[in-house]
Design a protein around this ligand. Structure first.
Ligand code: HEC
Ligand code: HEC
Ligand code: HEC
Ligand code: HEC
Ligand code: HEC
Length: 300
């Protein structure tokens, strides 16, 4: 249409097209950033709570275990928030006049639960389950951070899809022995601090998380290790003669015989997370990354 519009308006039209494109892209990036920003994910924020409950005081200071309050974490999809009764186990006697605890006493006398503000809250269209994570060797601290050092609770991680997938693509880098899931100070194996693990399933082919036992002290010639192996004894085949009572590799045979361990137990030494992770992937029967990243796992 050069008769109506001259050449310069053509260039103008092209330019405005490019400009609109740029604006759309910029908007997209901003929205994407916003969607991932702590403002939206609430990562790192400490919401107001009716009572300023301190995990630091109660876990690190008083030495309470997570399961004392979060009683269902190993056996259900929810970890659970403790009822007021749990607090009153102590606070009926301790700090009975403290102003800070007024909402706790009030809840106790009225029977109305304390309404805590959720710190972690996945959308309803996402399925999550504590039980399987905890029973397959993912520690609380891997997802929630060092809770024992938090005066007020906050979310250490975004809980966004990408965060879940990052682990589901390669769980080996985060697996630890199931006996260590509550350990806030667990360190990955290294040359200086190795981990030794033994598995009954190597002998009898029944891999379950319970058939693995791990220790941080060299099992060779160490009687204490025999005690750490007790859970394994549950997995021995029904009939074992005393003659079959086998020996541990290297020196600890007396301690083992005393505990009547009937099975030959071979320890493997691990000096890196990679080695330990792959051993645990096999023995905890972890699915392949392909299975674990398929949409149906989390969106049912
Ligand atoms: C004395 C009881 C008690 C113990 C012990 C305890 N917690 Fe809690 N926990 C609570 C209470 C009460 C809340 C809710 C208030 C809050 O968020 O601070 C909570 C909240 C949490 C939350 C956040 C819940 C949410 O809203 O998303 C996490 C995660 C958590 N606890 C993890 C742990 C871990 C890990 C341990 C062990 C290291 C532990 N807790 C030990 C009482 C306890
Ligand atoms: C095993 C006993 C025990 C249990 C169970 C317990 N507390 Fe405590 N709590 C204490 C003691 C002891 C202190 C004093 C700690 C200090 O000053 O070092 C305390 C202190 C507090 C304080 C004062 C602030 C602080 O952290 O020092 C609050 C608030 C509190 N507890 C809330 C709760 C709530 C809420 C629950 C239930 C979810 C609970 N406690 C369960 C023993 C307990
Ligand atoms: C694989 C990561 C992961 C691990 C491991 C994990 N959590 Fe959670 N936790 C979450 C997620 C995600 C939520 C939010 C769930 C929701 O909103 O439905 C959550 C929520 C919670 C809550 C809030 C109440 C509830 O039941 O939803 C508590 C308390 C809690 N976790 C405690 C623990 C404790 C204690 C452990 C260790 C024994 C643990 N978590 C291990 C990811 C994890
Ligand atoms: C640190 C590692 C890690 C993180 C983070 C993690 N997962 Fe998992 N998840 C695992 C492992 C390991 C398994 C067990 C796989 C198996 O047994 O094959 C698992 C299993 C699952 C399952 C399977 C449950 C079943 O019964 O089939 C669901 C659902 C799931 N995760 C959801 C999530 C969601 C949602 C998130 C993020 C909010 C998440 N996971 C974050 C490691 C992780
Ligand atoms: C390991 C668990 C997991 C798997 C596997 C998974 N998702 Fe998600 N997905 C999530 C979580 C968690 C959220 C919520 C993110 C948030 O709150 O920001 C989510 C959110 C979404 C959303 C909402 C938009 C968004 O990004 O927030 C869509 C769409 C989605 N997922 C599609 C998929 C598709 C398609 C697949 C398969 C290719 C898939 N998801 C696999 C955990 C998973």
């Amino acid at each position: 249409m050069p008769q109506i519009f001259d050449r310069s308006s053509n260039a103008l039209a092209r330019m405005s097209l490019v400009l609109t494109g740029l604006i759309v892209i910029a908007l997209g990036i901003t929205l994407d950033q916003l969607q991932r920003s702590p403002w939206v994910t609430r990562q790192g924020q400490r919401p107001d709570q009716p009572v300023p409950f301190s995990h630091k005081h109660h876990v690190q200071g008083l030495g309470l275990q997570c399961q004392y309050c979060h009683t269902t974490v190993e056996k259900s999809s929810y970890a659970g928030i403790p009822p007021t009764r749990t607090c009153m186990n102590c606070h009926a006697q301790i700090w009975t006049n403290a102003q800070l605890l007024e909402p706790v006493r009030n809840s106790w006398y009225t029977g109305q639960s304390i309404v805590w503000t959720k710190v972690h809250d996945l959308p309803d269209f996402v399925y999550f389950n504590h039980e399987i994570h905890v029973n397959k060797g993912i520690g609380c601290a891997t997802c929630h951070g060092k809770v024992d050092e938090m005066p007020l609770m906050y979310a250490q991680n975004t809980l966004q899809m990408e965060w879940c997938l990052d682990c589901h693509r390669n769980p080996a880098k985060n697996l630890r022995p199931t006996a260590q899931i509550y350990n806030m100070a667990w360190e990955r194996p290294s040359e200086d601090k190795p981990v030794w693990c033994a598995s009954i399933s190597d002998q009898y082919g029944v891999p379950t998380a319970q058939s693995v036992s791990c220790t941080r002290t060299d099992p060779a010639g160490n009687a204490d290790v025999a005690a750490s192996l007790k859970p394994l004894a549950l997995f021995r085949p029904a009939v074992q003669s005393a003659a079959q009572a086998a020996t541990l590799t290297g020196g600890a045979s007396e301690a083992v015989a005393a505990n009547a361990m009937p099975v030959q137990i071979q320890f493997q030494k691990f000096t890196s997370q990679d080695e330990l992770g792959h051993f645990l992937v096999d023995h905890y029967n972890i699915r392949t990354p392909k299975d674990l990243t398929s949409c149906e796992v989390c969106h049912r």
